[in-house]
Design a protein around this ligand. Sequence first.
Ligand code: 6PG
Length: 247
Amino acid sequence: MRSFTVGTTTVRVAGCGTDLNEAIAAAIAQRAKDAVAEHGTFSIALSGGSTPRAVYELLAAMDCPWDKIQFFFGDERCVPSDHQESNFLMAREALFSRASIPEANIHRVKTELGATTAAAEYEAAIRAAIPATKGGTPRIDLVLLGMGPDGHTASLFPETEALEENRRLVVGNFVSKLSADRITFTYPLLNAARAVWFLTAGKEKAAMVGNILLGDPAGLRYPAQGVAPTAGELVWWIDEDAAARLG
Ligand code: 6PG
């Protein structure tokens, strides 16, 4: 593992996917223990997609204060929770079913309500579960995010309405390129977090990782660049393939 900074962003590069997954899982477990020791609880927003599955499986086997951890989702597909596309289903298979986590600590997005209502209900659940900062925004201890090759993160996709949301914390977001509704954290909630960790691997992500961290040569901006915690840590956990443009 090698670490360096790009501006105020910490970049941690592991040799391969397995090393990366093991390093991230261990770091999450340690962060959970530190948070519980410091303020009695640990709140984490899980990322969806395929990259984090192996991390969650490794984390499930680690020593964590499970009963003190509150689990949320940074975004969700608007599908039933037993649908193959569901981020909740992936987390249940990879983590919740393998560790002794109280059901009450798992905050599922109620996609059966439809995107708009589910988003409003989820925001209320987050506000009820997580203490707010002075500014009134809940401060999640750790938000895990992925990044798509188009620079999207959570379900903040290029040219979608949710990118402009600066008041609500969770919104429904229609993604025309997918012809699908999503539910997603917005920048106000993401940027209030104590820590945001991107988990990105693979050569197909290298070009966009370079654009996000070093700037796009054409001057374009991407949704993942809008994630900049106001008073929190920003870390990119990547493998050497995804780091190809960083040197
Ligand atoms: C989702 C996500 C999304 C994901 C990226 C990367 O629900 O799909 O949360 O933002 O993290 O698309 O996905 P992969 O890990 O599958 O490349």
